[in-house]
Design a protein around this ligand. Structure first.
Ligand code: URA
Length: 238
């Protein structure tokens, strides 16, 4: 597909459209090894683009994993509270990233940020049955009866029925919870229905994509195409 060079460059998030035009006119941009100085010139959207000789990414669809810290809202910007978008480094701030789904303010761990609406929809849609895995700390250990109740499909205290889910007691007040839907406060409410209060909650995987343990709280990094595939490459039976 042929695309205007200034449009392609601004898709990198490194330049606004007018900054892209200036950089092009200044002879800083090459497409496929050839310097182009007219912003309106159309180039192949798959061409290797360089700025001052350094390759940049110009594919419009981008997806990142964030290790969400506690105390931060999963929401668009908020005048009074920190949100996950405040954690996006400046170099990515123009990409139009949005969180995929929600984690509670006190929940930590794997949160996807993307500007690819189709991808976000695929992850969230109940039709995809993408399993999210949480490590929960509770006030008391879960047991085999709880495992059976999760497997069968719990009824929450307000009467809502949940789809079958996985529960793996780990001892020491910890358990793994695997859910294939995303109801409001789902994991906390499921454990509450079994008489357990959640003290800590961390999402550690979405599908077969695990949080990168080397990231650290509040840090994010881009996902490769193979990693994005991992989100959907899983099978589950509870
Ligand atoms: N379930 C919850 O209760 N909270 C979250 O943040 C995510 C899942």
């Amino acid at each position: 597909m042929l695309t205007r060079l200034d449009k392609l460059i601004s898709a990198s998030g490194l330049f606004s459209r007018s900054e892209a035009r200036d950089a092009i006119r200044a002879g800083r941009i090459a497409a496929g090894g050839i310097v182009i100085t007219r912003p309106e010139e159309k180039v192949d959207s798959g061409a290797l683009i360089t700025v001052d000789g350094e390759p940049i990414r110009t594919d419009a669809r981008r997806c990142f994993m964030l290790d969400k810290p506690a105390g931060v809202l999963t929401a668009a910007r908020d005048p009074r509270q920190d949100t996950v978008l405040d954690l996006v480094p400046g170099e990515y701030s123009r990409l139009g990233l949005q969180p995929v789904g929600r984690l509670d303010k006190d929940t930590t761990g794997l949160l996807l940020l993307t500007n690819d609406g189709e991808l976000a929809h695929r992850v969230i849609s109940p039709k995809s049955s993408v399993v999210k895995t949480y490590l929960a700390g509770t006030d008391g250990d879960t047991d085999e009866a709880d495992v059976e109740a999760f497997r069968y499909g719990l009824i929450l205290q307000d009467g809502t029925r949940c789809l079958p889910a996985g529960l793996e007691p780990l001892g020491g007040g910890q358990c793994l919870v695997r859910v294939q839907e995303g109801k409001y406060h789902q994991v906390k409410r499921m454990l509450a229905a079994r008489g357990k209060r959640v003290l800590t909650l961390r999402r550690i995987a979405i599908g077969a994509l695990h949080i990168d343990a080397s990231l650290g709280p509040g840090k994010m990094r881009e996902l490769s195409g193979d990693e994005i595939e991992l989100i959907f490459a899983h099978s589950h039976s509870f």
